[in-house]
Design a protein around this ligand. Structure first.
Ligand SMILES: CC(C)(COP(=O)(O)OP(=O)(O)OC[C@H]1O[C@@H](n2cnc3c(N)ncnc32)[C@H](O)[C@@H]1OP(=O)(O)O)[C@@H](O)C(=O)NCCC(=O)NCCS
Length: 282
């Protein structure tokens, strides 16, 4: 029988669970939401043949402007390139209906990069990892009238609005993802100009030390050293906790952030991960 493509949410949870227990071929995006949650959202598709689940794909759009390939998982022995193309076509048709213009993907492996290239994706950037070992504090001085405090739940709506105007569409957060970042953070701060939130950072703890998950300064306030101040406060905190290393991911083309991190002593670490994109609306 021919393969059938259907929304993943139509399959029983047990079928998906049993499939995911297998030793499958997997591309998985960095994500704050669980796959269980992603697979019940729109833009998640399943490929079945002879009534058996063969492959899954999620292309959820957290912003109306950009979707990411968050999961592609295919049973070993099933033609994965064919499954990928069919699932991708279904996802692109839905994205087109919803007028989401661009689909993005990271590629952690050569086999997945080859699939992306074979389906029209183009490499446009790279995610790079940076690390600051043995953080040394230089105590920040806030401009007069500005405040810095640890993020509280009541700050989240303003933080979300700030995130939306600071980042380009593909890197914007949904309110749900921001909530997950907030719940998992070890140290989060917001800066105000005395009346509204104009910068924030959120960092989590891991086995190696701490990881800066998010940093943004409102475009009207960029280039005045405020990003450096909020980072210096984080570095002081990391030092107070005897954190061995502070890591962050940014993009090769994000020159402002690279300049800032380099100035504060961050060094490249690990292998860059290519970022691919595909235009949905031609
Ligand atoms: C990255 C970001 C947080 C920096 O905040 P900021 O308050 O502007 O930072 P600072 O003023 O302390 O320093 C920025 C540095 O980048 C430089 N810079 C700004 N725009 C630049 C550009 N387009 N190209 C090259 N350098 C640039 C500034 O001159 C400054 O360097 P300098 O101190 O050597 O002169 C801010 O640009 C931002 O919010 N960007 C959007 C969100 C983002 O990308 N966050 C980082 C994710 S990892």
């Amino acid at each position: 029988m021919n393969p059938v493509i259907l929304p993943a949410g139509q399959l029983p949870q047990e079928t998906i669970k049993a499939f995911r227990w297998q030793d499958n071929l997997v591309h998985r995006h960095l994500d704050w939401l669980s796959l269980e949650e992603r697979l019940t959202q729109p833009l998640a598709f399943a490929c079945t043949r002879d009534g058996v689940l063969r492959a899954l794909l999620s292309a959820a759009a957290d912003s109306p402007q950009a979707a990411w390939l968050r999961l592609f998982e295919c049973g070993r022995g099933y033609p994965h390139a064919q499954a990928f193309s069919s699932l991708l076509q279904a996802a692109l048709a839905s994205l087109q209906e919803q007028e989401v213009p661009t689909l993005y993907s990271l590629a952690f492996s050569d086999w997945f990069r080859d699939l992306l290239l074979g389906n029209g994706f183009q490499e446009t950037d790279q995610v790079i990892s940076l690390q600051l070992t043995s953080p040394q504090a230089a105590f920040p001085v806030l401009p007069e009238g500005f405040t810095l405090h640890q993020t509280r739940r009541v700050d989240l709506p303003e933080v979300l609005a700030l995130d939306q105007v600071s980042f380009t569409p593909e890197w914007r957060l949904s309110d749900r993802t921001l909530e997950m970042i907030y719940q998992n953070q070890h140290y989060g701060t917001v800066m105000t100009d005395g009346s509204r939130v104009i910068a924030y950072q959120s960092s989590s703890a891991n086995f190696q030390g701490m990881h800066l998950n998010r940093l943004a300064v409102h475009p009207e306030y960029q280039g005045r050293g405020l990003g450096a101040i909020i980072l210096q406060d984080l570095i002081a905190q990391a030092q107070a906790w005897s954190t061995a290393a502070l890591s962050v991911n940014t993009q090769r083309e994000n020159h402002a952030s690279r300049k800032l991190y380099a100035r504060l002593g961050f060094q490249p670490s690990g292998k860059p991960v290519p970022v691919f994109e595909l235009g949905v609306i031609h």
